[in-house]
Design a binder for this molecule. Structure first.
Ligand code: BV8
Length: 233
């Protein structure tokens, strides 16, 4: 059985990472245009660096929750039959043990040089213009996909959706495309579709099965159910 799992900010909420659109979420106090677009970065790089430097620093204080751990266990069971696609830029899936993982919107703990186009692991602030380890230029930006930029590894994601028997969306509001459209592609290509979210998302109508509650409860239960079903065949 081939499975594609898509995660959003809701899977990291119980780890203490703020979501985007829940009350008190990240975008409160910031307009998307100012902190999550190339134009915003061009206009005020210090504001954008401050926004991402604060989120990168917060990663020191948070740890994976049972939902992240359950998905890592599922990878142990399914191996190459599972692809985990995350919209999240935190590293909680990696720290939980997931390896077959696509960060379609980039990663906080990586820096991207606009001079040499090189990428490198990065945990420190970027606001003070550190030199690129590759070319020495003070041209490092957050390795993040902003609005209007192209999400990463779309070919790989679309190929996995076309081959999937099961598509599961966890902790996402279904507000941002192309991620919000994956459920429609999966259905079109014959997959069963499941939503695991605190509340119905904007795309909940597209899911054959929708379960609502905290991810730290729903995801381990769903993984146990799937694993038991596989073993009983
Ligand atoms: C692109 C940066 C072209 C990283 C992000 C009109 C129609 C269609 C599309 C567009 C349009 N106008 C513009 C567009 C394109 C645009 C877009 O979709 N805009 C929206 C606003 C309409 N998209 C783009 O620009 C994308 N690029 O389209 O390029 C292209 C396309 C295909 C192929 C080639 C080229 C780029 C989008 C990437 C933007 N970058 N973030 C960062 O700063 O983190 S998006 C940002 O919001 C996040 O990365 C995240 O991915 C996204 C969605 O947020 P969620 O993860 O869903 O979080 P949210 O807070 O919204 O929801 C949390 C959910 O969790 C809630 O439902 C809540 O109930 C639930 N929850 C909370 N607690 C829990 C929980 N669930 C379970 N348990 C809990 N405890």
């Amino acid at each position: 059985m081939k499975v594609v799992v898509l995660t959003g900010a809701g899977i990291s909420a119980e780890s203490g990472v703020s979501t985007f659109r829940d009350a008190g979420g990240l975008w409160e106090g910031h307009s998307v245009a100012d902190v999550a677009t190339p134009e915003g970065f061009e206009r005020d790089p210090a504001l954008v660096h401050a926004f991402y430097d604060a989120r990168r620093a917060q990663l020191e204080l948070v740890t994976p929750n049972p939902a992240h751990l359950a998905l890592a266990e599922l990878e142990e069971t399914l191996g190459d039959d599972l692809l985990l696609v995350t919209q999240n830029v935190d590293d909680l899936h990696e720290r939980a043990g997931s390896r077959r993982l696509v960060h379609m919107h980039g990663q906080l703990r990586s820096a991207w040089c606009t001079s040499c186009d090189g990428r490198c692991p990065w945990t420190a602030p970027l606001a003070d213009g550190p030199p690129c380890p590759g070319c020495g230029a003070a041209s490092l930006r957050p390795d993040i996909v902003w609005f209007g930029e192209v999400p990463r590894q779309m070919d790989r994601i679309e190929a996995a959706l076309a081959a999937a028997d099961l598509f599961v969306s966890i902790g996402t509001s279904g507000a941002v495309y192309p991620a919000a459209g994956f459920v429609q592609l999966a259905r079109l290509w014959g997959a069963h579709t499941v939503e695991l979210n605190l509340e119905p998302s904007q795309g909940t109508v597209w899911f054959r099965d929708a379960r609502h509650g905290p991810a730290s409860m729903l995801v381990p239960a769903w993984v146990a159910e799937l694993t038991a079903r596989r073993l009983s065949r």
